[in-house]
Design a binder for this molecule. Structure first.
Ligand code: PHE
Ligand code: NA
Length: 452
């Protein structure tokens, strides 16, 4: 067990850790990204591969991240440095923390734009802006939003401000207090929305779609997307779970905490599917719409269903809450590092916030004034979304698996995990062999497909 203490504070209880970590995990990934990926990549078969990636690749890394964090008790970058030195290894491992911070900034810059859309849609729903509108009309409404750089800027600036305010208040008064309110609220909203969708939507069509497994519709590229998404959804590869682990009290069981977080996140992804697809199918709306699925299509369903404006507003409130509790965990690794360099928390938050705000602006403009600039048919928005989740996060996760599996001694791991030898061995074996080989195989497969 580590005697170190975090200078940033500690979660007050096991529940606080659970709420913070599930708040981080449950986000746009579950409600925006997962449904459109499943919709574009054939439903059931994609979901099965995704579940396999969660169990064999992502969960072992989640356990590793929390363990490293609690042992190091510093920002991810300094935790890597310190733990490497403890084992008499090179401090260059701090580079993994550095890559993670970069990925975090890239993720947050498109994350905040999408969360900004979500905020605006709460407002549009309450105003009845899409009541009775056809799918073409709601599609147009969405294009109008993304084609206006300033309107978009207003909303992501607001979202970033809300995020920064919480992080500026620190671990106990900011992060912990926020998740105590927001995460339970999020579960209530989700339950209400699933019930609504099952009553007014076409539940049968949705269930057939989500659970019929047709592997012929699954490409090698889709397997890469499923793996990338398993990292994204559990907040892996950027140090978010490392830093949340650094604030975890010693008495808690890491294994139990990690499994609860992974289960909660998966349940929410499935429930989000059940809240969305029955509505889409009830109105025969297309499901392979990519990132605009829930903004361009879903409002057309809400717009013609009973009390749609109200449930629509509840849906986008849910999405905003989910994004909010994740966004705070995306910048905490960077903020905690700056605080360790001696900066005050408010100043660190302001610095990170400005950088993210500027790169959000790039994403914003890539959807309108610079939409002509593409690389292999992808705008900057698509590139950031793809490169961060499907390349940088798996790469970060791979390095974390190698670090925990091969650099840290088994003795240190056992002290931190305090579990029986058999279970520890099994986890270590998966972390050392299955996880890295899985990530590499999926990378190679996807590269081959891109070239071929
Ligand atoms: N897990 C979050 C989601 O599903 C996204 C996230 C990624 C959060 C990486 C933190 C770190 O939306
Ligand atoms: Na998630």
């Amino acid at each position: 067990m580590s005697e170190r203490k975090s200078i940033h504070g500690e979660w007050s209880s096991g529940m606080a850790f659970f709420l913070a970590a599930t708040g981080s995990a449950i986000g746009l990934g579950n409600i925006w990204r997962f449904p459109y990926l499943a919709g574009e990549n054939g439903g059931g078969a994609f979901i099965l591969v995704y579940l396999a990636c969660i169990v064999l690749i992502a969960l072992p890394i989640l356990i590793a991240e929390i363990t490293l964090g609690r042992r190091g008790r510093e920002s991810p970058l300094n935790t890597f440095r310190r733990l490497a030195l403890d084992e008499g290894r090179s401090r260059a491992w701090a580079g993994v923390g550095f890559i993670g911070m970069l990925s975090g900034i890239i993720i947050l810059s498109f994350y905040s734009v999408v969360a900004g859309w979500s905020l605006e849609y709460i407002w549009l729903s309450l105003r009845g802006a899409y009541q009775g509108a056809s799918a073409d009309r709601t599609d147009q409404l969405f294009s109008m939003l993304t084609s206006s750089p300033w309107q978009q800027m207003f909303w992501y600036t607001l979202f970033l401000a809300l995020t920064l305010i919480i992080v500026a208040r620190g671990v106990r008064k900011g992060l912990e207090r926020a998740v105590w309110i927001m995460v339970p609220l999020l579960f209530v909203l989700l339950a209400v929305l699933v019930a609504y969708a099952l009553v007014v939507g076409d539940a049968h069509a949705a269930i057939v779609y989500l659970y019929s497994v047709d592997f012929s519709r699954l490409s090698g590229h889709a397997v890469l997307l499923a793996m990338g998404h398993s990292f994204f959804t559990l907040s892996l590869g950027i140090g978010a779970m490392i830093v949340y682990g650094a604030y975890m009290p010693n008495r808690l069981s890491i294994m139990r905490a990690a499994i609860s977080v992974a289960v909660a996140d998966t349940v929410v992804a499935v429930l989000a599917g059940l809240a969305i697809f029955p509505l889409l199918f009830a109105r025969h709306l297309p499901v392979a719409q990519g990132p605009k699925l829930i903004f361009a299509s879903l409002p057309a369903a809400f717009g013609s269903l009973p009390f749609g404006f109200l449930f629509g507003a509840a849906f986008f409130a849910l999405l905003t809450l989910a994004a909010w509790t994740s966004a705070i965990s995306i910048i905490e690794p960077v903020v905690s590092w700056l605080v360790e360099l001696g900066w005050s928390r408010p100043r660190s938050v302001l610095a990170v916030g400005s950088v993210v705000w500027m790169s959000s602006m790039l994403i914003d403009f890539s959807l309108n004034v610079w939409s002509g600039i593409t690389w292999q048919g992808r705008t900057l928005f698509d590139l950031f979304n793809f490169v961060s989740s499907d390349i940088m996060l798996p790469l970060g996760g791979l390095l974390i698996a190698l670090f925990a599996g091969w650099v840290i001694s088994e003795r240190s791991l056992r002290q931190e995990l305090r579990m029986n030898r058999g279970a520890l061995r099994l986890w270590l074996w998966v972390l050392r062999y299955v996880t890295p080989v899985g990530v590499l195989l999926i990378f190679l497969n996807a590269l081959g497909l891109i070239r071929g």
